[in-house]
Design a binder for this molecule. Structure first.
Ligand code: AMP
Length: 173
């Protein structure tokens, strides 16, 4: 009978599709790397010297529409990171006296960095555990750019949309 014959077929197909799709989905998210994100957003490196003032830093943050700056020494080496969070904290601690202060006195000096080959999943974990939203990308002591938690989540959302579309096409045929 057609009905009793078709039902197991649909079930079998659905099972095999969902298995192959789910392993593909896992593979995609595991394989996506920092380099994929940088490839999409570009490798702009916005940096400032530790001897500059916070006033100059907030001007750059405003003009570039970003939330953090990499702090680099005269040789271009990364020596800290300064985020809007650090500036807000300083504004509360030293009201009316914050903007003339040195970037080097306010920045975070223990910077967690990532490499272009790092999987996005591990970058996201580090950001969540460390409670920060920015990660400089470094390779062979060169600064290649910055990834933010927004970049990583945006990239993953895009992948999920793409995967959902692939699933729909598989189902619809
Ligand atoms: P954020 O959430 O990125 O604005 O930063 C929150 C705090 O973490 C600030 O004190 C930053 O200086 C610091 N921070 C931001 N990114 C990093 C990083 N990659 N490594 C270490 N500290 C960071």
């Amino acid at each position: 009978m057609p009905t009793s014959y078709q039902a197991p077929m649909r079930k079998d197909q659905a099972k095999s599709r969902s298995q192959s799709q789910s392993s593909e989905t896992n593979l995609n998210s595991e394989l996506a790397t920092v380099a994929d994100v940088l490839g999409r957003k570009g490798g702009d490196v916005f940096s400032i010297s530790p001897d500059e003032t916070l006033h100059h830093a907030v001007e750059i943050l405003r003009d570039k529409h970003i939330g953090a700056l990499m702090v680099t020494d005269g040789a271009g080496a990364l020596c800290g990171i300064l985020s809007e969070r650090d500036i807000v904290r300083k504004l509360a601690d030293t009201p009316g006296q914050t903007l003339p202060q040195r970037v080097g006195d306010v920045m975070t000096t223990e910077v967690v960095t990532c490499a272009p080959s790092d999987p996005l999943v591990s970058v996201l974990k580090q950001m969540t555990q460390g409670r920060f939203r920015h990660m400089p990308v470094v390779e062979n002591a060169s600064l290649l750019g910055m990834v933010t938690i927004g970049d990583v989540i945006g990239f993953r959302l895009n992948e999920l949309e793409h995967e959902a579309l692939q699933l729909k096409q598989l189902i619809v045929g």
